[in-house]
Ligand binder design. Structure first.
Ligand SMILES: *[C@@H]1O[C@H](CO)[C@@H](O)[C@H](O)[C@H]1NC(C)=O
Ligand SMILES: *[C@@H]1O[C@H](CO)[C@@H](O)[C@H](O)[C@H]1NC(C)=O
Ligand SMILES: *[C@@H]1O[C@H](CO)[C@@H](O)[C@H](O)[C@H]1NC(C)=O
Ligand SMILES: *[C@@H]1O[C@H](CO)[C@@H](O)[C@H](O)[C@H]1NC(C)=O
Length: 496
């Protein structure tokens, strides 16, 4: 491995000495853009006031297909619509929820950097069924889990009356039937608002468009945990109904909808899944248990091998690198998922991995790991990659080799006709989907295709420093000690 990543100037010299630098400039540009903070601003505390909508059909663990439209008022009251569907295109409404309550922002979260914690109180939750079949379905769930304090809701044999609103929860009458639906509003206990500017598409227009995104807490991937789980990660963000990405046909439709007129999203041709090529994150991503990362994958369709780069950071803008993992292996032919319509099931085998610590704290952690459990003992240093295949992975980072993961993938075109790849959501408990029954039923934030043809590059670590002005690289980056301790604790928790 070349040692010239430390200095941007030197790196360019090395790269030039090793022609050709084969990876597609767009992939590199995108990763650099993300490391430059992608020009994102996040105000603390966030300003929630306004109307926020989904930008498309969302998939929650289960799966559940839904769209959301949330209104926050100046007096801290809120009204939230959740529209549920039978289908993964959000075209066949099942039922709608109207959720009213009050939200109070608390302090900055010390678990999820960049997030604000909030308390909420529900005043009322109402449900409207959009067909007799939907009502029967929900009635049977409620029957199965028949919770206390829920009597009188939907007596057996009740026929469907279009437009009728039933009270699922009422703070006044102390009725609460929400558990049967797996409904909880804990997403409101972790919030973050991000602003960025989107360049305008049309060449004749100059300038850019303000985009505001509302990140709310994630939903636990295990159905049994979701009623109690306090989020530490986020769901796919809502966007401000006034300041959203353009074009967004779904935004207007969802904005105008209410419980009696659920949004029906435009029909879209589903492209067959086309995995070959290179894919890269569109945001600095956060995973529950406080990992910030960006991802870069290459799938070689010709021989069914894959390579993945996971760039980990200590901060919510992905500016302070902590370590990088390179993993590679093989993958199986995909088959359509019967559980999650629209998804494709695959299995991934990880056979090789390499780690590059990027800061002194990670070096210390790896240096002090059990001999033989993670690369060569006491040989780690910042910016220098080590193969961890000979030690069957790295215990301290929770990597075991060889390793198989059961995956759920989906590809989609966005409204700008770019290809997006959705990879299955990781189990919230930090475990790995290493058995078919742990296969995800929902997705992580999408990756965007940055190169169509399979491509390679030898010096992936270099991109960390391509954009750095500071020649001292990671020397300048020192995460808080408390974050480090927590980090270690979580690493052990996550993977035992
Ligand atoms: C609820 O369950 C009972 C017993 O299993 C059954 O007799 C009844 O019809 C069910 N009611 C509904 C609404 O499904
Ligand atoms: C698979 O194909 C890619 C691209 O053609 C190549 O770079 C890689 O070495 C191949 N891997 C194996 C294990 O054959
Ligand atoms: C890690 O171990 C190497 C080799 O013993 C040493 O040079 C380096 O200073 C150590 N780093 C830390 C942060 O302990
Ligand atoms: C790198 O670090 C050294 C010593 O800490 C410092 O004197 C120098 O100014 C730094 N260089 C840059 C480009 O920040």
């Amino acid at each position: 491995m070349l040692r010239c990543w430390w200095l941007a100037g030197l790196l360019l010299a090395c790269a030039a000495a090793e022609p050709p630098l084969r990876w597609e400039p767009r992939c590199r540009q995108q990763l650099r853009h993300l490391q430059d903070g992608a020009r994102i601003a996040a105000r603390l505390p966030p300003r929630l006031e306004g109307h926020w909508v989904s930008t498309g059909c969302e998939v929650r663990p289960g799966p559940e297909f839904l769209t959301r439209s949330y209104l926050f008022y100046a007096n801290r009251l809120f009204k939230a619509y959740q529209f549920y569907y039978w289908d993964p295109s959000c075209r066949e409404p099942l039922y709608s929820l109207v959720i009213k309550g009050k939200l109070r922002l608390r302090q900055a979260s010390w678990i999820t950097r960049g997030a604000t914690e909030a308390d909420y109180h529900l005043h009322k939750v109402g449900i409207v069924f959009h067909s007799q079949k939907a009502m029967r379905e929900v009635a049977s769930w409620i029957n199965q889990t028949s919770s206390e304090g829920c009597s009188g809701f939907l007596p057996p044999g009740r026929t469907w009356a279009p437009g009728a609103l039933y009270e699922l929860l009422s703070a006044k009458s102390e009725r609460d039937c929400t558990a049967a639906l797996g409904f909880a509003m804990h997403e409101l206990s972790l919030v973050r608002v991000e602003k960025h500017y989107q360049p305008l598409l049309e060449p004749q227009q100059s300038g850019s468009q303000l985009v505001e995104e509302l990140y709310l807490g994630d939903i636990h991937t295990d159905w049994l945990e979701r009623l109690h789980y306090r989020p530490t990660g986020y769901q796919r963000p809502l966007q401000n109904a006034v300041h959203h990405v353009h074009p967004c046909p779904a935004c207007g439709i969802i904005y105008r909808a209410d419980e009696h007129h659920p949004p029906i999203l435009p029909a879209r041709a589903e492209p067959p899944m086309q995995l070959s090529g290179s894919w890269v994150s569109t945001h600095c991503e956060v995973r529950p248990a406080v990992l910030f990362l960006t991802r870069y994958f290459i799938f070689h369709g010709n021989n069914h091998t894959w390579e993945g780069y996971y760039y980990h950071y200590s901060d919510p803008l992905c500016k302070q690198p902590t370590f990088t993992i390179y993993a590679s292996g093989r993958y199986t032919q995909g088959v359509p998922s019967s559980k999650v319509r629209g998804g494709t099931e695959l299995a991934f085998k990880v056979t090789q991995a390499r780690v590059t610590p990027m800061d002194q704290l990670t070096v210390m952690m790896l240096n002090s790991s059990e001999p033989g459990s993670c690369g060569l003992t006491n040989s780690w240093s910042a910016g220098v990659e080590q193969d961890i295949t000979p030690t069957n992975g790295c215990l301290a980072l929770g990597i075991k080799l060889p390793h198989t993961e059961y995956e759920l993938f989906k590809t989609e075109h966005d409204t700008r006709d770019r290809s997006l790849l959705y990879v299955g959501e990781r189990p919230t408990d930090g475990s790995s989907p290493d058995r078919p029954d742990k296969r995800p039923t929902s997705y992580q934030a999408p990756l965007i295709q940055c190169a169509g043809a399979p491509e390679e590059f030898s010096n992936y670590v270099s991109l960390k420093y391509l954009g750095e002005e500071d020649a001292n690289g990671s020397e300048a980056l020192k995460p808080l000690p408390v974050a480090f301790l927590l980090f270690i604790a979580l690493q052990f928790l996550r993977w035992d």
